[in-house]
Design a protein around this ligand. Sequence first.
Ligand SMILES: Nc1ncnc2c1ncn2[C@@H]1O[C@H](COP(=O)(O)OP(=O)(O)OP(=O)(O)O)[C@@H](O)[C@H]1O
Ligand SMILES: [Mg+2]
Length: 364
Amino acid sequence: MPVPKKNQLIGLDIGSHSIKLVEINQSKKGMILKNFGVIGLPKDAIVEGTIKEMEVVASVVKNLYKNLKIKNKNVATSISGFSVIVKKISISQRGESELDSSIHEEAEQYIPFDISDVNLDYEILKLKEAVTGDESATEVAKKGAALMDVLLVAAKKDIIEDYESLIQLAGLNPVIMDVDAFALQNAFEASSGNISGCYAIINIGAEELGINAVKDGVSIFTRDSSYGGSQITEAIMSKFNVSFEEAEKIKLGGTKVDKERGALEEIFTTIVSGWVQEIKRALDFLSTTYPDESIEKILVSGGAYRIPGFLKYLEQETGISVEELNPFANLQINEKVFDPRYLSYMAPQAGVAVGLALRSAGDK
Ligand SMILES: Nc1ncnc2c1ncn2[C@@H]1O[C@H](COP(=O)(O)OP(=O)(O)OP(=O)(O)O)[C@@H](O)[C@H]1O
Ligand SMILES: [Mg+2]
């Protein structure tokens, strides 16, 4: 669907390791990649989704805008981590206005924060089976038997405000505040053109491991945990007594530490198996909570899954087929402007930003 130019947004994924920017032109001719860029953040400027150094991060965003010569100041960005809760709940069926006035009360028991500290969003998923027979929904509702599924999204107000202030401090307008998991799902749907079936999207960044299980285009479960590439960097720092920057280089294979190869492999193995265990725990939880659903495939995203052998290992341990999520797959790309090898290398890190760039002002 073409999006009027004035409604198009810049997708800005503010991760703890780097900021990713994507601009997409959604025209009659399709989705055209206009701009893509990544810029690193200093260590600890953002820690597990919390902005610690507002000025520093804002100036990094400004630099990225300047380097890429971006004109559009309207931004879609996202939050993630422990300050966002996504949960599917079943409640007695009711009309939209009644739902709107009662949702806070209903949500209270599912949200581990004071309800007045969160922004609450919800989406009606479907009316339960019981009402799809001969009786109309209202008739069943009258008897008090019918339930409805509602997807709750609760995000801590202070985190949202922090990200809004950050965008404003960089001289930009925060138009949409999304959630990492949904942005990735959006990127996957756009890149595969398919929303049917049951699959899990995994995002392994620097400080967060996100899991989103999706059925027929609807998220049924999300979880973010404090795992990610920084664990490896930190283990290298202490094992070899080197700086963060140096440890990153060693991790990426830039610096040779031949005699330490064994110690390095051990760090990789220990930490990566921790990630795989976490993913397995989530999948187990999923199969007990939703015994009728079975995950057909796992899509992976995030810079840290580049670790050699990770995909195979995850596939072996879960017995589910694992694929890379390529957010650029369905975009039109001018190869004179973007080096295809660079884009294919960066694809693991670009998913959230692509999903955000596909949002538009007033789209839902
Ligand atoms: N080739 C590679 N091998 C191993 N790790 C890698 C590789 N390339 C990138 N990484 C790691 O991936 C992480 C960055 O990934 P990503 O950009 O997805 O994180 P982020 O979005 O900034 O962080 P988060 O979402 O966790 O806040 C870093 O820890 C980085 O060291
Ligand atoms: Mg990230």
